[in-house]
Design a protein around this ligand. Structure first.
Ligand code: G3P
Ligand code: CA
Length: 320
């Protein structure tokens, strides 16, 4: 048992014996532990238990939609995206949260990336470190040395003391080693040079085909496309655009990642985007009632704070 824990857990063993016990329990309960790199967004579950005859079937994809591997085939379950890692069970945007999500069955991790004062991309959601670390101040005012010294786990629970704010490079290396894919959010406004640094980090880890870049910031997506046309792009939206399919075409989007509430009044937009060859992923959905609702709408992926529960739900949705 001594070596049953991967290093991401072992590194915290001395200070977090309680958490280590929890990690063993997570490992024992996990139905899927991704040890090999996942293919680029292969729609999951098409031949698994969840594709049984009683599984809900979204609208049949048209010819254009079937050309995109990012659009799930009829009957396949939606893809599970772990929002900031398994953020309901571990401190968000840390490697521990990624590991818990991975062991819980999520093949995709969502993160938020912003630069330090010295230009190193770090994984952090807020503009400041105040809420999720023991430090204070805007991330852009702190050097990488200062960020590396912060505790990003204690705020969530004492057993996570010692968790760090990861660099994007460290998170990518961890994914490359342990498996999984990254929904990489360029958080806030970025300059072209700042996006170029993100692209460099992704390319250096050689897992470009396992990364989907997303942002609310349209210029950041344009920079990413110019700098790395091989990277698929998703546009984040809190509300629907007047013509999402037209905008998707203009920006060369692979995915339109919209707040789930925005689909309530205009569910047909899912089919319109699919007809344009664009996948639809929704955020942030944490309850079975809403999982069912967006599944029935035919969305391709669900971004959730509860990835293990959603992974179980998608696996069993044909039975409920
Ligand atoms: O991935 C969608 C979601 O993360 C966007 O909102 O604020 O959690 O980054 P936020
Ligand atoms: Ca995010």
């Amino acid at each position: 048992m001594k070596d049953a824990l991967p290093p991401v857990f072992r590194s915290h063993r001395r200070r977090t014996a309680g958490f280590a016990v929890g990690a063993v329990a997570v490992a024992a309960l996990a139905a899927v532990f991704v040890t090999a790199p996942s293919p680029p967004f292969s729609p999951s579950g098409a031949s698994g238990p969840s594709s049984g005859p009683s599984a809900p079937r979204p609208a049949e994809p048209d010819a254009k939609a079937s050309e995109s591997p990012w659009i799930r085939p009829a009957g396949a379950p939606p893809t599970v995206f772990a929002h900031r890692g398994a953020s309901s069970a571990a401190p968000e945007n840390t490697l521990v949260a990624d590991e818990v999500a991975r062991r819980g069955g999520a093949k995709w991790i969502e993160n938020d990336v912003q630069p330090s004062k010295d230009g190193v991309p770090y994984v952090l959601h807020d503009p400041t470190v105040d809420r999720t670390t023991d430090g204070t101040g805007p991330i852009r005012s702190l050097t990488s040395a200062q960020l590396d010294a912060l505790d990003a786990g204690s705020w969530f629970a004492p057993v996570y003391a010692g968790a760090r704010v990861p660099t994007l490079a460290a998170q990518l290396a961890d994914l490359r080693e342990r498996g999984g894919n990254l929904l990489l959010e360029i958080k806030g406004l970025h300059s072209r040079d700042e996006v170029a640094r993100i692209v460099r980090d992704v390319r250096e880890q050689a897992i470009t085909r396992r990364v989907l870049v997303q942002s609310f910031d349209v210029p950041s997506l344009r920079y990413a496309h110019e700098l790395a046309p091989e990277l698929p792009l998703g546009l984040l939206r809190a509300t629907l655009d007047a013509d999402p399919a037209a905008l998707a075409r203009e920006l060369g989007l692979t995915a339109y990642n919209v707040a789930h509430t925005a689909l309530t009044d205009k569910p047909d937009v899912v089919g319109e985007l699919h007809a344009a060859g664009v996948a639809v992923n929704v955020w942030t959905v944490d309850t079975p009632g809403r999982w069912k609702a967006v599944d029935d709408l035919g969305v391709d992926g669900i971004i959730t704070n509860r990835p293990a529960e959603l992974a179980g739900w998608t696996a069993g949705r044909g039975a409920v």
